[in-house]
Design a protein around this ligand. Structure first.
Ligand SMILES: [Zn+2]
Length: 229
């Protein structure tokens, strides 16, 4: 068991973000007996112009891909909030916060992983804000809060908003599981050198590995960690 990471919550904006940002670490933790719970806030599918809703059959297929990917990663609990995709700025922030709070209340995690607040994508920004609010320290509740990087969004941040990692998780063989999980999201993948490609995921893991003395790593920014001695 990994101290401080025995029961983690991953809160992502879109289906596939959980794999891109945290997939290797999720598998690392679950394979060592830790519990991993995931909440995905937006549908991942743009609404149709006419009906205002995503196509139900497309949604069902994407849901299947998510379940396959998260099963590979050893996720215990996978939940979907179905907020409008790339339009989370049309939802009251308080509604998002309440959904995140309800999820965290059920999981009671010792660490929460979510998006870097500087990401270009608006849903990522709102997710980071809502999680920050839901994780405000209270007596008896102050989980470690950690931001991750998602290829095709985090690197598009403004220069002054680039993520500055201060925590690295060695992936080892979990990198291959992360790649297999991402391959479940067929419609989201692009050809290299697009950042959302399997080769780019390997390249990023190798780069983060060279920064931390291992062959492959995921990089994170610790926002808050409370130590009780
Ligand atoms: Zn996303």
């Amino acid at each position: 068991m990994i101290e401080g990471l025995t029961n983690i919550a991953v809160i992502a904006a879109h289906p596939d973000d959980e794999v891109l940002g945290f997939g290797g670490t999720m598998h690392r933790i679950s394979s060592k007996g830790g519990a991993v719970s995931v909440l995905i806030l937006a549908t991942g599918l743009a609404a149709r112009q006419t009906s205002g809703a995503a196509d139900p059959s497309d949604l069902a297929q994407l849901r299947e891909h998510s379940e396959s990917a998260n099963t590979l990663l050893g996720v215990r609990d996978l939940q979907f909030a179905d907020f409008p995709d790339n339009r989370m700025d049309t939802v009251a922030l308080l509604d998002v916060v309440h959904r995140v709070e309800a999820f965290l209340d059920g999981v009671k995690p010792d660490a929460v992983f979510t998006h870097h607040a500087g990401d270009l994508n608006v849903d990522h920004q709102i997710t980071a804000k809502a999680v920050q609010t839901a994780c405000r320290s209270l007596p008896g509740f102050a989980p470690t809060l950690i931001h991750g990087e998602v290829l095709s969004s985090t690197e598009y941040a403004l220069p002054e908003d680039q993520i500055q990692p201060n925590m690295y998780v060695e992936l080892g063989s979990s990198l291959d599981v992360k790649i297999a999980a991402m391959a479940c999201y067929k419609e989201e993948l692009r050809d290299f050198p697009h950042p959302r490609s399997l080769d780019a995921i390997r390249a990023q893991a190798a780069l983060r590995g060279t920064q931390s003395g291992v062959s492959a790593a995921e990089a994170f920014r610790i926002v808050r960690k409370v130590i009780t001695l």
